[in-house]
Each structure stands twice: as structure tokens, then as C-alpha cells.
Design a protein around this ligand. Structure first.
Ligand code: M6R
Length: 601
């Protein structure tokens, strides 16, 4: 839940590390810091606030150094203060550590260290690490050995990068938190995620749990937890550096909303032909024998899973969606033929990983539907299906929702093809997919969302309703709205309003009603109920639906297959949330209290 970067072999490592941290800010942004090694030993600069604050502090006297580690933090232990910012150092100031994860036995380790005379500067769990290394260095005289002995004492999860004042390499270790090495020309990187160094190299090595590595300007050495040399594959990522930049947009979120046509094109590329209708997810017969599918996910990915489960079930595969954090507690008995699919943009969400592990331990086959090659979910599951949306930096998920739903639609096609064959109804849905990117472009080009946002941004609450596939879209519309605007928003199945939530509806609570072309008459009935209570209605509909005078505002979308209509509606809702939040001057890309990748349960 924090971002780590390290760089060795660059003449001017500090600015490069600060830039890289900027690309990791989505992982946490309450404090930041760097430790650099130059001719005079180690220098540490850190502070509460954003990376830009740290960079501003350093601008006048940007210390030179050829080796640097940096960190952007999302607090778990200790408030976001200067002292709690990483890097943390030992008593001598010659060992500096940045860490992502949680040292679960930190209290006990700290008590022991304090008894032995160590003095602590922070409230963090991380600070025990440099002090332990300090002790083990005195015993062994060898940095690598001291680092290993320290790791053996830690319980919990970590990605760690460490530098020492008189060393020329970065020591790193991974256990439960992501860490990837980047191989440049005469320089090497390590980071929590690829966008941190994508400007410099696309050649990467994903470390595995238990790996301990030493990175120098000329290369790297990786060993397993037992100290055996480990050979990890070097991969080339197909993300371009501009994917990780704002490219003229005010916010990453707006850029990523606008990238949806291309994201969907990439999701579909080479996987679908329409004459005849065929789906090729490169899964061959590996999922044959699957009789039911459990989708487990959190947040936006959960809403995409609800949508996907709806489509899988409608077109012949027994499927359901579970909130990953609830799944282990109420998981149905895993019978033969159960596939548990973790839907996760990052592939690192702790709740989702835990649900997948629980399922695997209970005998289920597992699959990751993820955006990140080399992510923990992709590596741990029996199968991985990539959504290919490209890097998503904004904390609010946008393009990945679309790519997830399209991927799950293709999965429905895969299962149908491998069992009874793709019937005419499913063929109609799949045939509508290639037009989707162009239809999203139409929404983006003609949306009235900004004007509607101006008229309704200062209301008491916003409610979102829909039925069928529009229900997860209503939930997602409300999540996006509250997440970035900090205003109250709730999504409901349209038919549920009258069973309770209607009591909340007043003339100060706009109701956003999503129509798909299925059961529209019933949803219109619900719209009449809220209008009778004075609520303004914003309808999201294509021309197929005769909303007529029932709505005060219309966010119109092109007409497509009813099962895809929700995806177009969702783009309008993303834009509505975006413009309301922009008018309210919110931190759209980095909403308060949130982080992109939630690696704690
Ligand atoms: O990386 P994941 O898809 O597993 O993340 C799950 C949620 O944390 C994530 O979708 C979250 O809800 C989004 N920030 C919402 O916009």
C-alpha cells in the first residue's frame, strides 16, 4: 500500500527517483522520502505531505548521488508525520530502509531492540528493520548476511529496499508485497510497480515471495528464501512511457476515462471473430470441466464481477459474485468443477488474494482476471487472463471496469463454445462487442455531463438506480461519485427503492436512473415514484427507451445490445462523478484516505 523505488547507476539518481515516485503516488500519498548515497555517505530527506512538497524542499539543493531509494507512504502504523515518513535509519544513520507491508511482530522486536539500547525516532513498524540490520552487521560484518538474518526475524508482509552508507548496491526482499526489478543500460531499478521506471526501461523481472536480491549498476543477483541462486525470467512489458503520463489532461482519471475505446480494443484484440462467432482466450481446454464460477473481487472490480456473473449466468454458465473480504467466511462448499476467479485490476489486493488462497486450499481451481502481468494474483492462480487495459494511475478505477466486463463477456463466450456451443443469443451479444469502442467515443465526444454536474453538484445526496446489468452500474456510479467527490451517493436495485431507501428521497436528492432496454417499463415506474417525491431525475438511456418527460436531464448513449448498454452508461457516470468532483475542487486522482492498491485485509 506504499510505493517503493530504488535506482543505482544513474549520475543523477535523485530527480529520477522523485519522478518515479510521482508515478507511484497512486499507491499512497501522505508522506514521502528519499535516501541517497553520494561521496559523503547517506543523506535522508523526508516529510509529511505529497511528493511535490518533498521535491519542492529539495529543489534548491537537490543532492547529487548515483544511488537512491525513495518511498511514498499510505499510513498503517503511525500518523502521517515527518518522523513516520520513510526511509527509516538505524542508530548510526548508515543504514536506510523503505518498506511496503506490515511487520506483524514489530512490537516484540522493538521491545527487544530498546532493551538492547536502540533508540527509535518513529511510531512505525518499519523502523525495527534498520536497527535489526545494524545488530546483525556488527555480528557478521557482511551486509547481505545481516539483511538475511533480519528478514528471518520478520513476520508479516514486506517489500523492502535498503541501502548502506558505504555500499554500491541496493538490497531488496519480497514477501507478500509486490517488487519488480527494471534493467536499464548501465543502471538498475527496483520498484513496487513498473510505471515507476517505465521512462527508462521496459525490461523487467518480477520477484517472487521469499526472494532476496542485490541490485547494482551492472546487474543483479537473486536468491530464494533458502539462499539458493534463483533464475527469474526477464520479461518485456508492452506499456509505453506515455501511458504513465497525463499527456495534457488535467487528471489521470480523465485521461483514463478517455482511453476506454483503446482499452476495449486491446481487450478484444485477437480474441473474437464474428463471422463465424468465435472466442479465443488462449485457454484451449484448460478450463474444460468447469461447472460453476465464483467471481471474487473488491470495489469496482466487484461491480464488474456482478455484471460479469449476470452475463455468465444468462448465457449458460452457473456463476455468482462475492465480495472477496466476505468470501472466506461464507464460501459455499467447493465442489468438483468449481473455478474461483479473482477479478483484480492490480492483482495485489489483499482481500482478493486471501479469498483466492482460501479457495485453492479448499480444492478449487483458480484464475486471475487482472491488468498486471507478473502480479501476485497472476502468478499464484492456476490460470491468468489479462484485461489489457494499460496502466491505470488514477486511484478511481475507470477504464479497467470496462475491460474487466468485456473480458468476462468473452469468458462467457469461451465457456459456451466449450460446452453446448455459442447459441444465437450469445452470438448476438458477442457480435455487438466490436462496435463498443466507437460507441464509447460517441459518448465521450457528446457528453452533457459537465453541464449536469454544474446544475446538481451541490445537492444533499445522489442516488443511482438500475435493474439487471444496470444494478452493478448503479453501484459503480455511486462508488465513483462518493470516492472522488466526498459527497453522499448510494446505488440501489431500482425495484428495492420502495422497500426502504425511498424514505431518503427528497427534492434535494437527484436520482440517476440507468436504462438498458430490458425491463425499462419497471424502471420507469420507479422513476415516477421518486418524481412524485420531488426528486430531480437524471436518466441514462439510449433512444430505445422512451424516458420522455419523466426525466429532468438525459445522459444519452448510443443504442447497443441491452447487455452492453450498461458499459456505455457507466462512462457517462464516470464523467458525471469527475465533473462534480472537479467543480468541488477535490483531489480527483488521489482522493483522501484511499490508495490504488490495497494490500492490507
Ligand atoms: O486492484 P483491484 O481491482 O483489486 O482493486 C479493488 C478495489 O480496491 C478498487 O476497485 C477500488 O474500489 C477503486 N479504487 C474504486 O475506484
Amino acid at each position: 500500500m506504499c510505493g517503493i523505488i530504488g535506482l543505482v547507476g544513474h549520475d543523477d539518481a535523485v530527480p529520477a527517483v522523485l519522478d518515479g515516485l510521482g508515478n507511484l503516488e497512486y499507491r499512497g500519498y501522505d508522506s514521502a522520502g528519499v535516501a541517497m548515497r553520494n561521496g559523503h555517505g547517506l543523506e535522508v530527506a523526508k516529510r509529511a505531505g505529497e511528493i511535490s512538497d518533498l521535491a519542492a524542499d529539495l529543489t534548491d539543493a537537490l543532492p547529487e548521488g548515483e544511488l537512491c531509494i525513495g518511498h511514498t507512504r499510505w499510513s498503517t502504523h503511525g500518523a502521517p508525520t515527518d518522523a513516520n515518513a520513510h526511509p527509516h535509519t538505524d542508530c548510526t544513520g548508515k543504514i536506510a530502509v523503505v518498506h511496503n507491508g506490515i511487520v506483524e511482530n514489530h512490537a516484540e522486536l522493538r521491545r527487544g531492540l530498546e532493551t538492547r539500547g536502540h533508540e527509535f525516532d518513529s511510531d512505525t513498524d518499519t523502523e525495527v528493520i534498520p536497527h535489526l540490520v545494524e545488530e546483525h552487521l556488527e555480528e557478521t560484518g557482511d551486509v547481505g548476511a545481516a539483511f538475511r538474518r533480519t528478514l528471518a526475524e520478520l513476520e508479516g508482509s514486506y517489500a523492502i529496499a535498503m541501502v548502506v552508507a558505504d555500499g554500491s548496491s541496493i538490497h531488496v526482499a519480497r514477501q507478500g508485497s509486490p517488487l519488480v526489478i527494471g534493467l536499464g543500460d548501465g543502471r538498475s531499478f527496483v520498484a513496487s510497480d513498473v510505471p515507476a521506471f517505465l521512462e527508462h526501461t521496459d525490461r523487467v523481472i518480477y520477484l517472487e515471495d521469499g526472494d532476496v536480491a542485490e541490485i547494482s549498476a551492472g546487474g543483479y543477483r537473486i536468491a530464494t528464501a533458502d539462499g539458493e541462486p534463483a533464475d527469474r525470467p526477464v520479461r518485456t512489458v508492452d506499456w509505453a512511457p506515455e501511458d504513465a503520463r497525463k499527456e495534457g489532461y488535467d487528471h489521470y482519471m480523465l485521461k483514463e476515462i478517455n482511453e476506454q475505446p483503446d482499452a476495449i480494443r486491446r481487450t478484444l484484440h485477437g480474441r473474437l471473430s464474428t463471422d463465424p462467432v468465435e472466442v479465443d482466450l488462449d485457454l484451449d481446454d484448460r478450463l474444460d470441466g468447469v461447472e460453476r464460477v465464483h467471481l471474487v473481487a473488491c470495489g469496482t472490480s466487484y461491480h464488474a464481477s456482478l455484471y460479469g456473473a449476470h452475463l455468465l449466468s444468462r448465457y449458460g454458465t452457473d456463476a455468482g459474485a462475492w465480495l472477496a473480504s466476505e468470501y472466506p467466511g461464507r464460501m459455499p462448499t467447493i465442489e468438483e468443477g468449481t473455478l474461483v476467479v479473482g477479478v483484480t485490476q492490480s492483482g495485489e489486493t489483499a482481500d482478493t488474494l486471501s479469498a483466492l488462497r482460501h479457495a485453492a486450499d479448499s480444492g478449487a481451481r483458480t484464475m486471475a482476471v487482472t491488468n498486471v502481468l507478473g502480479s501476485t494474483a497472476a502468478r499464484e492462480c492456476d490460470e491468468a487472463l489479462f484485461i489489457r487495459a494499460g496502466p491505470e494511475i488514477g486511484v478511481a478505477a475507470s477504464k479497467t471496469f470496462s475491460s474487466q466486463v468485456v473480458t468476462l463477456t468473452l469468458l462467457a463466450g469461451h465457456f459456451a463454445a466449450r460446452t453446448g456451443g455459442i447459441g444465437p443469443e450469445l452470438a448476438e451479444l458477442l457480435t455487438a462487442l466490436p462496435a463498443l469502442p466507437g460507441q464509447v467515443e460517441t459518448v465521450l465526444a457528446g457528453t452533457p455531463a459537465e453541464g449536469i454536474a454544474r446544475r446538481y453538484h451541490d445537492q444533499r445526496a445522489h442516488f443511482f438506480i438500475g435493474r439487471g446489468t444496470a444494478h452493478p452500474v448503479a453501484l459503480e456510479g455511486a462508488l465513483k461519485f462518493k470516492e472522488i467527490s466526498y459527497e453522499h451517493a448510494e446505488g440501489f436495485p431500482a425495484g428495492e427503492l420502495k422497500h426502504g431507501p425511498l424514505a431518503l428521497v427528497t427534492e434535494e436528492t437527484p436520482v440517476v436512473a440507468i436504462f438498458t432496454g430490458r425491463d425499462d417499463e419497471k424502471t420507469l415506474g420507479n422513476v415516477r415514484e421518486v418524481r412524485a417525491r420531488g426528486a430531480p431525475v437524471i436518466a441514462v438511456a439510449s433512444e430505445r427507451t422512451s424516458v420522455g418527460a419523466e426525466a429532468d436531464e438525459i445522459l444519452s448513449v448510443p443504442e447497443t445490445h441491452p447487455d452492453l448498454q450498461g458499459l456505455l452508461a457507466n462512462v457517462q457516470l464516470q464523467l458525471l462523478a469527475y465533473h462534480v468532483s472537479d467543480l468541488l475542487d477535490r483531489a480527483i486522482d488521489k482522493p483522501r484516505h484511499l490508495a490504488k492498491s490495497v494490500t492490507v485485509e
